[in-house]
Ligand binder design. Structure first.
Ligand code: HEC
Ligand code: HEC
Length: 249
């Protein structure tokens, strides 16, 4: 912690936020660091990829400057590596991340209400996704998807789901000794068994010894592509709806 709590003192004595003190040259440097070390996971424009979108004014894991500093340095175990940066560079990167949040209110062209109707209606999305506790559980819960994914990722999820697979998701095809095939999303795997959920949401646990073949289908998805089955306008409506799904304050 850098700041010492100064509640009760007049606001004129409030701790100076190192991010507020950054110059435009610092932010340019922060952008260079971001593009080299962070864009791979968070997207070149901060719109998200395997990591969440940073185009949001409030970041869950980094509500204030100190938390953001600590997060960039320490990373998130198993999910995001800590960065090898000097103290000054870390603040520059942090400042650039905050600047991404300020341009957040991406002007989405779609109509969220129309998108919600399509979601529940002809899109059939509710059969595989939960929003606010309602829906099927084959796909990920979308209750606060707008907090973690930017518009670009959302569009891609709908048009080319296999290319936008959330980290850790893997589609597998198990071919049994009798030739029967089962396709599903991997839940767990160890040396001798594999557990997965198929397209009808049935759970399977198989012994690898009973299988003729186990294929890992990188880049494939259980989610149907909506390319061609919805219009460009409908796509934008659904994206606007998904982007509006945020944790309630
Ligand atoms: C290997 C991929 C990867 C790299 C590289 C990476 N991140 Fe992350 N980052 C993630 C993931 C995944 C999460 C989500 C962790 C979680 O909440 O479980 C995350 C979370 C964050 C968060 C918190 C977002 C929130 O809503 O709380 C911030 C801020 C962040 N990263 C900034 C950065 C910065 C700045 C860099 C470069 C110095 C960076 N990340 C590099 C994958 C990455
Ligand atoms: C047959 C089941 C199924 C249907 C129908 C379906 N999805 Fe999915 N969806 C999935 C699965 C499974 C995933 C997880 C990744 C994968 O396998 O592609 C997913 C992933 C997603 C993601 C990415 C989530 C993330 O964290 O990046 C979004 C967004 C999404 N779906 C939205 C929708 C919308 C909107 C519709 C309706 C227009 C829809 N899905 C219809 C099964 C489905």
């Amino acid at each position: 912690m850098l700041a010492i709590s100064c509640a009760g003192l007049s606001s004129g004595l409030a701790q100076r936020d190192p991010i507020a003190a950054l110059t435009p040259a610092d932010l340019e440097q922060g952008e260079r660091i971001y593009k080299a070390q962070c864009a791979l996971c968070h997207g070149i424009d901060g719109g998200g990829g395997t990591g969440p979108t940073l185009q949001r004014p409030v970041l869950t894991r980094a509500p204030d400057s100190d938390a953001l500093y600590a997060l960039i340095r320490g990373g998130v175990p198993g999910r995001m590596p800590g960065a090898w940066l000097s103290e000054a560079e870390t603040w520059q990167a942090a400042g650039y991340v905050r600047s991404l949040g300020r341009v957040e209110s991406e002007d989405l062209p779609g109509d969220a209400a129309a998108g919600q109707r399509l979601y529940a209606g002809k899109g059939g999305c509710t059969s595989c996704h939960i929003v606010d506790g309602e829906g099927g559980s084959l796909g990920p819960d979308l209750t606060s998807i707008g907090d973690v994914r930017g518009a670009r990722h959302l569009r891609q999820s709908l048009l080319d789901p296999g290319a936008a697979l959330p980290e850790g998701q893997l589609l597998i095809t198990a071919v049994k000794k009798d030739g029967g095939k089962i396709e599903g999303l991997r839940l767990n795997e160890d040396v001798s068994t594999i557990q997965f959920r198929d397209g009808s949401n049935r759970f399977h646990s198989l012994r690898k010894a009973d299988l003729r073949e186990l294929r890992r289908e990188f880049g494939k998805s259980l989610m149907p592509s909506y390319e061609g089955s919805i219009t460009g306008g409908e796509l934008e409506d659904v994206v606007a709806y998904l982007a509006s799904l945020r944790r309630k304050p």
